[in-house]
Design a protein around this ligand. Structure first.
Ligand code: IMP
Length: 212
């Protein structure tokens, strides 16, 4: 079975990757010693820039191996694409006055969700469209080999629904199957999610470039 190194400490992301990988006969592992490696400052203006930065930095700790990193988030149209690359720390009290990467560390999911709900308070359902975006970067020895983008289109609810998943999942309603992402099983999430879509593109790339 092919083994894949993922650079993340986010248990929600690891669960999603493991769910998606299982369908393709791939085993997921964390980068060895990940928690003790210096963390990467996510100061890129795009998901792609941050994903590349993480994959390049962490791949230098495992010479010769391909390391995959993900940068992802929620874009809400009525909020002009926010929280976007700031998704993990949207509720940080100092986000307004600083460059995003200078703001406090990641905030908890509840606080981030509460800020999105507050900002969408008077916005009718028809204007609450948004999408999850995931960009994966695959790097080896500090160089990006390729990037892969996946998106899922949905609607932001006015209260949370469901207990699975993480992050903004309980607010993200996916009309295609009439469930929020927090109501999906691991298998459904890998089938419909932005992360699953990006991961499938990555696996196709692996199959098409056996030298990697
Ligand atoms: P990152 O670690 O900088 O990529 O932050 C990603 C943030 O975006 C997470 O902390 C979540 O708030 C949000 N996010 C990304 N993917 C998902 C998902 O699949 N479900 C729910 N929230 C997500």
């Amino acid at each position: 079975m092919r083994k894949l190194l993922i650079a993340t400490s986010n248990p929600g992301k690891l669960r999603d990757f493991a769910g998606a990988a299982q369908r393709h006969g791939v085993e997921i592992a964390g980068v060895p010693g990940f928690s003790s490696l210096p963390s990467v400052v996510e100061d890129g203006l795009t998901f792609e820039a941050n994903a590349r930065k993480k994959a390049e930095a962490y791949s230098q700790h495992v010479p010769g191996e391909i390391v995959v990193a993900d940068d992802s988030g929620l874009e809400v149209d009525a909020l002009k694409g926010a929280p976007g690359v700031h998704s993990a720390r949207y509720a940080a009290p100092d986000l307004e006055n600083k460059q995003p990467h200078e703001a406090s560390a990641n905030m908890d999911d509840k606080a981030n969700n509460a800020r999105v709900l507050r900002e969408l308070k008077d916005i009718p359902r028809a204007q609450r469209s948004g999408r999850f975006v995931c960009v994966l970067a695959a790097a080896r020895d500090g160089k990006t080999l390729a990037t892969f983008r996946g998106t899922s289109e949905g609607v932001i609810l006015d209260s949370p629904r469901g207990t699975n998943g993480f992050g903004y999942d309980p607010l993200f309603y996916f009309p295609q199957i009439e469930k929020t992402f927090a109501e999906l099983s691991a298998e459904e999430k890998s089938k419909y999610s932005h992360r699953g879509a990006a991961f499938r593109k990555f696996l196709e790339w692996c199959d098409d470039s056996p030298g990697n």
